[in-house]
Design a binder for this molecule. Structure first.
Ligand code: ADP
Ligand code: MG
Length: 626
């Protein structure tokens, strides 16, 4: 039998490599911008069409390439950045594998225009499917422009797997932001379908953060700085009270390269310890500089993972540095350590002793019923999380709460229905002598739980979860029937968002309007809010509501893959629901419970947790060893 092993042709090998290097338009964006940075550019412009599916173009004013290099750069393992194996341990450039352009040229139609300052003429090269189709000299400005058209045009399976434009655009914006944060001294702009989404002049890191994430971040940043023999750390962390529901504002850069590192993340989170509200993530944008010989960045082709030699020491240094910065901020909350002139309004004129350390005091784990077993009936019906089944009068599952001991239910059902009208006499004299109907009385525990006697014992209702459930179903119905009513604001408010959030908001604008927000785009990253949903008036500021809504929306979408409406209804319900700590009077509790039992699934919170815990007399008796 003849030999059967053959070397793959380059075009095939490149296509295979491309699978690793280029997963989606955003990966090509990353490679091209990194090349521009490696080329020493201080102005980089990114243009995309169709979220990068039909065009990605990066224009830079970097060093450019000679005619020979322009041709060579599309060969596999062609790189100017390392020459020998040893260089791998001293990498300071973004690229080094020499794979990106070869891979991209294998799966797209690429045009390269490049000229070095010292050359008279530049070069144009066109290449598609790894085949050069055109090469000619041309009068060009110094620098490089690479356009990638129709990514994956020759691999339909890959092209079909690309997500919607809004999803792909988010990925592009994510990559763009990471690189722009890492290089605040470089001018960047991003144009998408003819609109300039980002325009970032050369600036300080703090200004860059504010440009990317929005003006309100000006007040939220705490500087971090540490220099040790092993590493230097600099950057900013966010004040704990501004921590968000999503991880969107957490960045590590090791030797200026964005990395995802659960271990380092743990060190930072550990430093925040218990000063963060539950399930929130503080902002951090931290730059760690380390001797390249002490790390291995060659772990993965996309280079977002790194191995460290001294990982324990790095963990400890990072943790204590962050802790110290937080401590310093506690004493002088608004003092800007950088003292950049353009942010000088941050400097406080208050004497130090007048400044209060911010306190965040609540125990997220507090549960007065910790020791009691959760009622089996409350969890029995918790097989669905969001309860979208249609309601039909009184839902079937709620009365099960009352069936724990055999005898009752019927009268208990009516008990809850005629509770809407509250008797003012009994409200103010709860222990009135006229044999009060105890079932009409509720007891609020720690302004957080409502306790109510039922036939079989008593039930404890989580007021926040109950209200969220009520509002969730209410908003969902509004979204389905397009009937949200709105309440005009006295003064229209402007809400400035980060460019990424602005794009997201535009995406969900029709639904937001249906919910009763009167809101319209105004300028590049600003919305004007003329009105908010009529039932949302708990003194919450428009900006806060919208910011929370967006945060929760992102969070829901990431975690639960809910559809847009569900996710929005959930987010708004969450923002608008009463929080622990809200005192309720008897009537308010009564109304809340009535409305809760009119929902499709009163016993399950929108997060799939119990809303109601029932303790039967029998359980109670058992605990008394009776
Ligand atoms: P790597 O970046 O790993 O070296 P690439 O395939 O991304 O590999 O690029 C190959 C080579 O092409 C680079 O090493 C560099 O010499 C050259 N090159 C790529 N992009 C540019 C650019 N924008 N300006 C100047 N040279 C570039
Ligand atoms: Mg490269």
């Amino acid at each position: 039998m003849s030999d059967i092993i053959q070397l793959l042709p380059d075009s095939v090998a490149n296509q295979i490599a491309a699978g690793e290097v280029v997963q989606r338009p955003a990966s090509a964006v990353k490679e091209l911008i990194e090349n521009a940075i490696d080329a020493g550019a201080d102005k980089i412009k990114l243009i995309v069409k169709d979220a990068g599916k039909s065009l990605i173009q990066v224009i830079d004013n970097g060093c450019g390439m000679s005619i020979t290099d322009a041709r060579l750069c599309f060969e596999r393992h062609a790189t100017s950045k390392i020459r020998k194996a040893d260089d791998l341990f001293a990498i300071r450039t973004m690229g080094f594998r020499g794979e990106a352009l070869a891979s991209i040229a294998a799966i797209a139609q690429v045009q390269l225009k490049t000229k070095r300052v010292e050359d008279e003429l530049g070069t144009i090269i066109e290449i598609e499917g790894s085949t050069v189709t055109n090469q000619q000299p041309e009068a060009l400005p110094a620098g490089t422009s690479i356009s990638i058209k129709n990514l994956f045009y020759n691999i339909p399976a890959r092209r079909n797997f690309l997500k919607s434009n809004s999803v792909e655009m988010r990925h592009i914006i994510d990559e763009f932001q990471r690189i722009a944060l890492a290089h605040p001294g470089i001018f960047f702009s991003l144009h998408s379908d003819g609109n300039e989404i980002f325009h970032l002049p050369s600036e300080s890191l703090k200004q860059r953060i504010v440009h990317i994430f929005g003006n309100n971040h000006n007040q939220r940043l705490v500087p971090v700085e540490e220099d040790t023999t092993i590493i230097t750390i600099k950057g900013f962390i966010g004040k704990p009270e501004f921590a968000k529901k999503t991880r969107g504002e957490q960045f590590f850069f090791v030797n200026n390269r964005f990395v995802k590192d659960p271990y380092l993340n743990h060190a930072v989170m550990n430093a925040y310890e218990d000063i963060l509200p539950t399930d929130t993530y503080p902002l951090y944008i931290l730059f760690i500089d380390i001797d390249p010989a002490k790390i291995d960045i060659n772990v993965h082709p996309t280079k977002t993972e790194i191995k460290y030699e001294d990982d324990k020491a790095i963990y400890a240094i990072l943790r204590s540095t962050v802790k110290r910065s937080l401590g310093r901020y506690n004493i002088t909350p608004t003092l800007d350590f950088n003292q950049e002139t353009s942010f000088s309004n941050l400097l406080t004129s208050k004497p130090l002793e007048e400044i209060q350390a911010p306190t965040i005091s609540f125990n997220p784990n507090f549960n007065p019923f910790e020791d009691t077993k959760p009622s089996s009936s409350a969890s029995r019906s918790s097989s669905y999380a969001t309860g979208l089944e249609k309601k039909a009068g009184i839902p079937q599952n709620w009365d099960s709460l009352y069936q724990i001991t055999q005898a009752e239910t019927v009268e208990q059902l009516s008990l809850h229905q005629d509770r809407t009208v509250n008797d003012p006499a009994t409200e103010h004299t709860p222990s009135s002598s006229a044999a009060p109907d105890v079932s009409k009385h509720f007891f609020q525990l720690h302004n957080r739980f409502i306790v109510s006697q039922i036939h079989s014992g008593f039930m404890v209702i989580d007021q926040q979860a109950a209200h969220e459930r009520i509002l969730f179903e209410h908003y969902l119905e509004q979204l389905e029937h397009h009937q949200g009513s709105s309440q005009q604001s006295l003064f229209p408010q402007t809400v400035e968002l980060s460019p990424a959030d602005f794009a997201l908001m535009e995406d969900i604008l029709p639904e937001i309007q249906t919910l009763g927000f009167q809101i319209r785009p105004f300028g590049k990253t600003t919305f004007i809010v003329d009105g908010i949903p009529a039932d949302l008036g708990h003194g919450l500021h428009e900006t806060t509501i919208l910011e929370q809504l967006l945060e929760d929306f992102k969070n829901n979408k990431d975690e639960l893959k809910l559809n847009k409406r569900e996710s929005l209804a959930r987010s708004l319900a969450k923002s608008a629901a009463i929080k622990p700590g809200t005192a309720l009077d008897n009537q308010e509790m009564s109304e809340l419970i009535d409305k809760l039992f009119a929902t499709a699934s009163p016993s399950i919170s929108v997060h799939g947790k119990p809303v109601i815990v029932t303790i039967t007399l029998q359980e109670l008796a058992e605990r008394f060893n009776k």
